[in-house]
Each structure stands twice: as C-alpha cells, then as structure tokens.
Design a protein around this ligand. Structure first.
Ligand SMILES: CC(C)(COP(=O)(O)OP(=O)(O)OC[C@H]1O[C@@H](n2cnc3c(N)ncnc32)[C@H](O)[C@@H]1OP(=O)(O)O)[C@@H](O)C(=O)NCCC(=O)NCCS
Length: 227
C-alpha cells in the first residue's frame, strides 16, 4: 500500500500540518472565516478576481445544470454516483465549484451522514483542466464547510488513490461506514450499478487549518490568514 505523501511526493513530517502548495498562479479561492466556529453557513469573503482565472466558490442555483453535466460524465464511467438536477439543487449549499466566469470547471460535494461524519463526494474536474490543482481546491473547500459545521470525520470513495492520499486522507475500509453501505444497498435495489472503490478517511480535528489562498495578491492573502 502506498504511503500518504504531500504534494510533490514528499513524505510529511510526523505531526506536521499538511500545507498544499499553490495551484497554478492566479487561481483564487474565496476566504472562509472558520476557526472553530459552529456556524451553519460559512461566509465566503471574496478576494481579488482576475479575469479569465478560475475562482473557487460556493455553488449557486445557476450552477446546477453544469454540475449535473460534469458529474454525469464521470458517473457514466462508473467513477461516481449519478445526481439529478433536483438532487443537486436541493443540496446546493453542500457544493463547491471552481469556475471561470460562469463556466463551472470543477465541483465537489459534502454529503452528511451524522453530525460528526460526512462524505466528500462528486469530486470532478473537466478533463481539459486536470492536473491544475482544481480537484485539490474544491476538496479543500468541502473541508472548510465540514469544519464550519463541526464535522470531524470525512471519508471518500475513489479509484484515484494518490489524489486523496496526497491531501492527508488515510486508507480505510468502507465497512467502517455502515451508513454508506446502507445507501449503496438502496441504490442497488433501485438498479444503480455500484462500482467498488477504495475508501479513504480524514479526521479534521485540530489538524485542520485555513488552506492557502489561491491569489497572487500576497498582501491580501496575509490579511485574510490573519483574520
Ligand atoms: C481525481 C480528480 C478530481 C483530480 O483532479 P485534479 O484537479 O486533476 O487534481 P489535482 O491537480 O488537484 O492533483 C492533485 C494530486 O492528485 C494527483 N492525481 C490527480 N488525478 C490523478 C489520477 N487520475 N491518478 C493519479 N494521481 C492523480 C495529481 O498527480 C496530484 O498529485 P501531485 O501533486 O503529487 O502530482 C480528477 O482527475 C477527476 O475529475 N477525475 C474523474 C472523477 C473522479 O475520479 N473523482 C474522484 C472520485 S469522487
């Protein structure tokens, strides 16, 4: 089994907090003001937008059709479960997207199972944007939402081991999550084909920290980290 590594293949120092490096220059992630706040909704504070560059933000109703299309493409390949526009619209507060202007190029969702447990699901990046750090960014956005809701444990199911291992997730067994197995059974009974995937988990706990902001404006980043 491969060991979790930091981005770039470096092994993390034991006990160190994982700090992902900046993705491609110019990607902006909205700021979440979070530390240990039990707030239902996270305020996203907009930093500086650069025309033509991706912005990572909370999804809105206007994004529903594009999220549906993105998820459907990978669902057809068995990489994730399909979602209907209605399901996405109903849960839009649980989605993060990366977008260039109004074009959605990546998404991820938080699926809550209990007050302390949730799944990182529907992580998808348009194929032309793979490898630009957007998958990492939308998952970091989901982790922020989870932390703001005091959710301590996240799990994810994926065939892409390196992606989740690189973000500090650890291999585990889906049998640890009977809630998920029960959902699979329901879906299978409805005729949905379930492709077996590997399971990863992460305790947010005290190791969670504000991820680096994807903005070239260094002073704005410092101010936001200090807030
Ligand atoms: C998996 C996925 C979300 C990654 O998005 P991405 O934006 O390309 O990923 P990033 O650029 O943030 O890459 C982060 C790390 O994961 C690794 N990685 C990403 N996709 C990978 C893949 N298919 N196989 C192996 N490693 C992969 C990258 O190499 C990178 O590691 P590095 O920095 O050590 O080189 C994207 O490939 C995708 O949409 N795949 C199809 C849907 C899917 O399988 N989703 C996951 C299940 S929910």
């Amino acid at each position: 089994m491969s060991k979790p590594t930091g981005r770039g293949g470096r092994l993390p120092t034991p006990g160190a907090i994982f700090k992902p490096p900046l993705a491609r220059p110019g990607v902006i992630i909205y700021s979440f003001i979070v530390h240990n706040q039990s707030i239902a909704a996270l305020p996203f504070k907009r930093t500086r937008a650069t025309p033509g560059q991706p912005v990572v933000r909370a999804a809105t109703r206007a994004d529903v059709d594009q999220i549906t299309a993105l998820v459907s493409e990978y669902a057809a390949e068995g990489l994730m479960l399909p979602r209907t526009p209605d399901q996405i619209a109903l849960n839009i507060d649980n989605y993060i997207v990366a977008a260039i202007c109004s074009r959605v190029i990546a998404c991820a969702a938080l699926e809550e199972y209990s007050p302390s447990l949730a799944e990182v699901s529907s992580v998808a990046v348009v194929k032309s944007e793979h490898g630009n750090g957007l998958g990492t960014q939308v998952v970091l956005g989901i982790e922020r939402i989870a932390r703001s809701r005091d959710i301590n444990e996240l799990f994810a199911l994926s065939l892409t081991d390196r992606f989740f291992l690189g973000m500090g997730y650890e291999p585990t067994s889906i049998s640890c999550y009977p809630e998920k197995l029960a959902r699979y059974e329901t879906l299978e009974a409805d005729g949905v084909e379930i492709v077996p995937k590997r399971c990863f988990q992460k305790q947010l706990g005290n190791s969670w920290q504000l991820p680096y902001l994807m903005d070239s404006d260094v002073s704005a980043q410092k101010a936001l980290r200090a807030s």
